[in-house]
Design a protein around this ligand. Structure first.
Ligand code: GDP
Length: 326
């Protein structure tokens, strides 16, 4: 039975990846930080096959212990301070966890190593936020980075140090540059889920308005369930490499809002939406659109869920959840 160790197990991608690897016959270990972590209880209920392992990305000895005790074949580093808006307020924490955390994980992988004929394979969750103020359209593996937030800056460090450890120490280390990926498990603070949840609540008469920040932005949004397959595929190749994972399409914030309201049968969406400065960011990422050609050609990966189906899936899920709460 192959063994996978996942950081960020309680987040959206950790959950999708755990489910996917379990279906592939993996033994799945998930790193959980802190004591009495409330997310651990929820995880035990929904994913009884995931074995929790204590550890923290801020603490190298704990990472060493976690890898020594689990002896994984594959390590997926999905743990991070992952919300761009929060990273502006807690920039140092973001640099420490989202940036230096990658270095600590790589160091632990290097020191524990794995069997000579089966060294540990490492996946780093890099992000399209590294492109920020984009230097070319569409963005590829060769597009220069220009991050626009402390989160983006920390992810650039994580990406670069992953490439550096591969080149310096011959680690099998891959960096997946994933564009925004969403789904019913997305946290309510991210714009897609904030919108679909508010639409459901407005439809059910539980909420009167949806307050947002800047809507003049474009994102390449895909479905998280599709994207975790690309992570796994990267670690099954003969050679480690870096890949952009994206849909190759971009959609505006306004399009997202309109589609979500339409999905709930509400046509006059402008009536319900208000903008507030408090949700604007000090610097914005205006346009992201990735070119997934390399992932398609070399990994045989392709997205299955398109943007309208993703919005539909999320609105239907929120209608279900909010109806049950009424
Ligand atoms: P990001 O691409 O990782 O920053 O993902 P988000 O879902 O947090 O934000 C996507 C875009 O939505 C950004 O350009 C935000 O400025 C914009 N946006 C506008 N209003 C909101 C809001 O109320 N919440 C969030 N999270 N984003 C918003």
């Amino acid at each position: 039975m192959p063994r996978a160790f996942i950081t960020g197990i309680t987040g959206q991608d950790g959950q999708h990846l755990a489910e996917f690897l379990h279906s592939k016959g993996y033994e799945v270990f998930g790193m959980v930080k802190g004591q009495n972590n409330p997310k651990l209880t929820a995880m035990r209920d929904e994913f009884p096959y995931v074995e929790p392992v204590p550890g923290d990305l801020a603490d190298l000895p704990s990472l060493l212990k976690a890898l020594e005790s689990t002896q994984p074949d594959e390590v997926y580093n999905l743990g991070a301070i992952s919300f761009v808006a929060l990273s502006f307020n807690q920039a140092e924490l973001t640099a420490n966890i989202t940036g230096l955390g990658v270095l600590r994980m790589l160091e632990a992988v290097r020191m524990v190593g794995g069997a000579t004929n089966n060294p540990i394979r490492f996946y780093q969750a890099s992000s399209s936020e590294m492109f920020g103020k984009v230097r070319e359209i569409p963005q590829t593996e060769r597009t220069p980075f220009h991050p626009r937030s402390p989160y983006g800056c920390a992810k650039v460090f994580g990406h670069d140090i992953t490439v550096n450890y591969r080149e310096s120490y011959g680690l099998y280390a891959c960096s997946g540059i994933l564009f925004n990926h969403e789904g019913p498990r997305r946290g309510l603070e991210f714009v897609t889920r904030k919108v679909t949840n508010a639409v459901a609540r407005i439809k059910l008469g539980l909420q009167e308005e949806l307050v947002l920040g800047n809507l003049d932005f474009k994102r390449d949004w895909g479905y998280a369930g599709d994207y975790v397959k690309a992570m796994w595929l990267m670690l099954q190749q003969d050679e480690p490499d870096d890949y952009v994972v994206a849909t190759g399409e971009t959609h505006s914030g306004e399009e997202l809002v309109r589609l979500a309201f339409e999905e709930a049968g509400i046509d006059d969406w402008q009536r319900y939406v208000r903008q507030d400065q408090k949700f604007f960011r000090p610097a914005e990422v205006d346009l992201l659109i990735g070119d997934p050609a390399k992932a398609q050609d070399k990994l045989g990966w392709k997205r299955e869920v398109d943007f309208p189906s993703l919005v539909k899936m999320m609105v239907e899920n929120d209608l279900r959840i909010e109806s049950a709460r009424r």
